[in-house]
Design a protein around this ligand. Structure first.
Ligand code: ATP
Ligand code: MG
Length: 396
């Protein structure tokens, strides 16, 4: 029996004239991943991508390939399926052989057939009926039929080339293909929010470039490593990410020594924004991405966000702006960044924090504080400290 992986399109099916560009990106992403896993034939037909193992080694690594497929944006569902010849005797034989082990732990099922080959002699309801009976027979009544609220659906798809039999489709990464929307610069800290923000925009096709600000020795080497580890986890989805690291040490000391304490965080965030905008222009990014959520902390009130936003001449995407912390945590657990994010290391934003941060800052007062320093010279100096680290999914 031949087993394949089926990847089901999400909203890519709604695309018009440029649908083939989207499909080509998804296929390329899968093929690049497959290079590291085994020899697979990958092709698309009728809104599904098929991944067929081409040798024994590929059959052995099909679990890994399935995991990879679940990280490719553009697919809403990924499922393993038995592929067989398109005749009813063969289909029923394969159902009996392949399906029982897939129903372990389930109490009820329903069979559903889809026939895109209209020359097939049986109608979809007829196929479903026969398949349901075959499942009941093969499981000795261990699972019951429930047409309205089944625990699992057994599906038979009679397509152009072959018939495919499967049960228990897994969730795909969703979204639209990685890189189909352009490039964005993610402000990546070591917290829970910013990796989730990066994931959300990557899911909408934004190719990520990342920037991280450190403040050594007030922040440690371990804090930086944690951020690189988070970027590495994001490469499960993006395959590769470049992280630019800029030191804010001198800027923070200058702010501490010369400015009103209540404005420390806001001033720092304006420097961060200015440096991010410069990097975004130098690396062809059309937007900046942050993990801000309205009202989460003093620097994320509407007025405070306006003060930092004023530094940018390109859009700032804040995909978490309307989300609660528990909703953000849920996503971070699902994408695998949570455990690393909660490791206790300091961030430059938590160095020299004011006791009474302004939650309703006036831009004029902020500018008055900012003008006590040579903003441009400090930015030039910090920008020159930048180092770039490239992380790749398949590096050890
Ligand atoms: P996170 O949002 O990642 O959990 P946080 O909750 O501590 O961190 P803030 O410190 O308020 O959030 O920062 C808000 C946003 O600013 C972050 O989501 C991130 O996009 C950006 N940011 C904060 N600190 C840094 C940093 N050291 N380097 C790069 N970006 C940062
Ligand atoms: Mg946050």
């Amino acid at each position: 029996m031949k087993e394949v992986i089926l990847c089901k399109y999400g909203e890519v099916v709604l695309k018009g004239a440029n649908r083939s560009d989207f499909e080509a990106k998804m296929l390329k992403d899968l093929r690049n991943r497959a290079k590291h896993i085994g020899n697979y034939n990958i092709f698309y037909s009728q809104s599904t991508v098929f991944i067929e193992p081409m040798d024994e080694d590929a059959i052995d690594t099909i679990d890994d390939m399935t995991e990879q497929a679940k990280h490719v944006f553009g697919f809403v569902g990924v499922t393993r399926a038995a592929a067989c010849e398109k005749n009813m005797d063969t289909i029923l034989r394969v159902v009996k052989e392949y399906i029982p082990s897939r129903l372990t732990g389930y109490k009820s099922f329903k069979a559903e057939a889809k026939r895109s080959d209209k020359r097939f002699p049986l109608s979809s309801p007829e196929i479903s009926g026969e398949v349901g009976a075959a499942v009941l027979e093969a499981t000795n009544g261990r699972v019951k039929v429930d047409l309205y609220n089944p625990d699992i659906v057994v599906r038979v798809e009679v397509r152009d080339r072959e018939a495919y039999i499967h049960a228990g489709q897994e969730r795909g990464a969703g979204g639209i293909p990685y890189g189909s929307s352009g490039r964005g610069l993610l402000l990546l800290s070591g917290g829970i929010d910013s990796p989730v923000a990066g994931f959300m925009m990557a899911k909408r096709g934004v190719q990520l470039e990342a920037i991280h600000f450190e403040s050594f020795p007030y922040t440690s080497e371990r804090a930086k490593e944690k951020v690189l580890e988070l970027a590495k986890i994001l490469t499960d989805y993006t395959s590769k990410i470049r992280v630019h690291i800029i030191s804010l040490t001198h800027i923070q000391e200058m702010i501490r020594d010369n400015c009103d304490e209540d404005y420390f965080t806001l001033l720092l965030r304006r420097y961060m924004m200015a440096l991010s905008v410069r990097l975004a222009h130098d690396y062809d990014c059309d937007a900046i991405i942050t993990g801000e959520s309205l009202g989460q902390v003093a620097s994320q009130t509407m007025k405070a966000i306006n003060v930092t936003n004023a530094m940018s001449d390109i859009p700032v995407y804040r995909p978490l702006i309307g989300m609660d912390k528990d909703e953000i945590v849920q996503i971070s657990r699902r994408i695998g960044t949570y455990e690393t994010s909660v490791l206790p290391y300091e961030d430059c934003c938590t160095v020299f924090t004011p006791r009474h941060p302004r939650t309703r800052p006036e831009l004029e007062k902020v500018l008055a504080e900012e003008n006590k320093l040579d903003f441009k010279a400090l930015c030039d100096e910090a920008y020159a400290t930048r180092q770039t680290v490239t992380l790749k999914a398949f590096d050890a």
